[in-house]
Ligand binder design. Structure first.
Ligand code: FES
Ligand code: MG
Length: 570
């Protein structure tokens, strides 16, 4: 086996001496002669609490790598914690991906195990692995155990949104809301709802990038460590077999991920992440593929926010394999996984152990659950909505716009009793796309006006060029493209305009003639709110980020650079 790392370590010359000598920290001589060097790209960080247990997972991977004859190398990489980072962890997804890609390429690495969990970490790791195209395999850090509050399950994120709205509606005392805080996070691991972290862990497996049966194992489950050990061994085998991400991440595997996304009722954020990963490989995936492939896939998983249960329940009920087995005929039969065998082969023997959590194909929770892609004069490049998390009665709706130019304006005005708004109004928030509010924060599920909440209203149509948390719900049209900050028509809407949402016809239109819309002067409030960074990462990001409809990657990071041709240092 010829190893990439031997370009550093093999031979008797001065440079090989230097590369080996500094790596000798008790390692045996044969560590440098023909043994695969396996990086463990580790996003453990105390500031990413969902990933803080990954050092222990890494230790199990290390043991597995040694056991299979490889050399494990801990590689701490940029970690992005969803709950702390302002304005949004998404602002640095591409930076994390770029940094990890560069570290893998620059170092004597033959293969890599990717340890992620919290929302942006698995996407950034997969983007990096795709661009450097070294043998790679993911260990998703896994969800937290179920929390409960006053006898009922408490879902991460989803119940924060729900309970805080109940406080505003006057149906829950503020003290009870605060009391629930210490019950929300019961163990190590990431959010236990079907938010972005759970979704991307499961999709990493649907894409073929994990050891089958690993995604969805709770972070506190000792079987996760056993799978991590096995994954360490597998990484060494991957190097021997020369199996690279470009072999696994094919059009067929993205098809499988889109089918899985619909069946699990996964996060809308998966759309920008899958588009970005595909972009790194030149796989021709488009926004419309999500609708084309996913629209008729039924919702089978009864998890918050679309349903009731939490990730621990999904695992107990049979996990991803049981879900995918129900829709196996929709999967690409040839898409291989890191095992070298097709995904569909790994579904043999899958069973549903709790039909309240995983529904069957014949009697699904919802018949058509995929992401719907909308177009119209308000979203010429597309917008998305997740029907599974929306209200049936609002999927075809016409209402008058109430427009907000910034999150600050929204917060200042939404609860004003004088705000001219009713349950049929369409709430519009703009300037929140990748460029406008750099990173495209999760603000699209705008809070409802307090006076309507108190009157019993629990959902309204909302339209935004930003994202929403994967744990959120509501009739929310998001990722509107082009975004307002680059002159998309959303920038021209005015309060009082009639907006029509028709999910059955896949339309989003404003009832204003195109010429009139185009001729309108820009809103001063919007212009004032848009970002104008002058230096650093933010400046680079804003000047090069692409639209949400193509994955919001930086334009110069689209595509791959591979891992060859690195020149010597001395
Ligand atoms: Fe980390 Fe939800 S905050 S996964
Ligand atoms: Mg999230």
């Amino acid at each position: 086996m010829s190893l990439r790392s031997s370009a550093w370590y093999a031979g008797q010359d001065r440079n090989a001496y230097i590369h080996r000598a500094w790596m000798r920290r008790g390692t045996p001589d044969d560590a440098f002669t023909g043994r695969p060097q396996i990086a463990i790209a580790n996003t453990a960080s105390d500031l990413t609490p969902c990933n803080s247990h990954l050092n222990e997972v890494a230790e199990s991977v290390r043991q597995g790598v040694w056991a299979a004859g490889g050399v494990p190398l801990n590689l701490p990489v940029v970690s992005l914690g969803e709950t702390n980072m302002r304005p949004t962890a998404m602002l640095w997804r591409n930076m994390a991906a770029m940094a990890t890609e560069e570290m893998l390429r620059a170092n004597p690495i033959d293969g890599v195990v990717l340890l992620g969990g919290c929302d942006k970490t698995i996407p950034s790791l997969l983007m990096a692995a795709a661009s450097v195209d070294l043998p790679a395999v993911v260990v998703p850090g896994g969800p937290m155990l179920n929390g409960t509050f006053r006898g009922v399950p408490l879902g991460c994120g989803t119940d924060v949104w729900r309970l805080s709205e109940e406080v505003r509606a006057g149906t829950l005392p503020a003290a009870a809301f605060l009391e629930s805080e210490s019950s929300m996070i019961r163990s190590r691991g990431h959010c236990n709802t079907m938010g972005t972290a759970s979704t991307m862990g499961l999709l990493a497996e649907a894409l073929g990038m994990t050891l089958p049966g690993t995604a969805g194992l709770p972070a506190a489950d000792s079987r996760l460590l056993a799978r991590a050990h096995e994954t360490g061994r597998l990484a060494v085998e991957l190097v021997g077999a020369g199996r690279r991400p470009s072999e696994v991440l094919t059009a067929g595997s993205f098809r499988n991920a889109i089918v899985a996304l619909a069946a699990i009722g996964g996060s809308t954020n998966a759309v920008v992440h899958l588009l970005a990963i595909a972009g790194r490989l030149g796989v021709p995936l488009t926004l419309d593929d999500f609708d084309r492939i996913g629209a008729d896939v039924p919702l089978l998983v009864n998890l918050q926010p679309a349903g009731q249960f939490l990730m621990e329940d999904l695992h107990r009920a049979g996990g991803l394999a049981a879900v995918l087995d129900q829709v196996a005929d929709l999967l690409d039969p040839d898409a291989v996984t890191v095992t070298g065998r097709p995904l569909v082969e790994h579904l043999a023997g899958a069973a549903i152990w709790d039909p309240d959590v995983i529904y069957t194909r014949d009697a699904p929770l919802q018949k058509q659950a995929g992401i719907a892609v909308l177009r119209g004069n308000l979203a010429p490049d597309g917008a998305i909505i997740k029907p599974a998390a929306a209200s049936e009665h609002l999927l075809v709706h016409r209402g008058r716009a109430v427009v907000f130019d910034s999150v600050e304006e929204l917060h200042a005005r939404i609860d004003d009793p004088a705000l001219d708004v009713d349950a049929d109004s369409v709430l519009v928030l703009r300037g929140c796309g990748p460029r406008g509010y750099p990173g495209m924060p999760e603000v699209a599920n705008l809070p409802l006006p307090e006076k309507l909440l108190r009157a019993g209203v629990r959902d309204m149509v909302r339209v935004c060029d930003g994202r929403m948390s994967g744990t959120a719900y509501g009739t929310v049209v998001l990722h509107v493209a082009p975004e307002a900050a680059v002159g998309g028509p959303l920038a021209k809407v005015r309060t009082g305009d009639w907006i029509t949402l028709d999910v059955t016809r896949r339309r989003l239109d404003v009832d204003v003639p195109d010429a009139e819309l185009a001729a309108r002067a820009p809103s001063p409030g919007l212009t004032a709110a848009l970002a104008r960074p002058y230096r650093g990462w933010e400046q680079l990001y804003v000047s090069t980020v692409t639209g949400a409809d193509t994955g919001a990657d930086l334009d110069f990071l689209v595509g791959a650079s591979g891992h060859d041709g690195v020149r010597e240092s001395y």
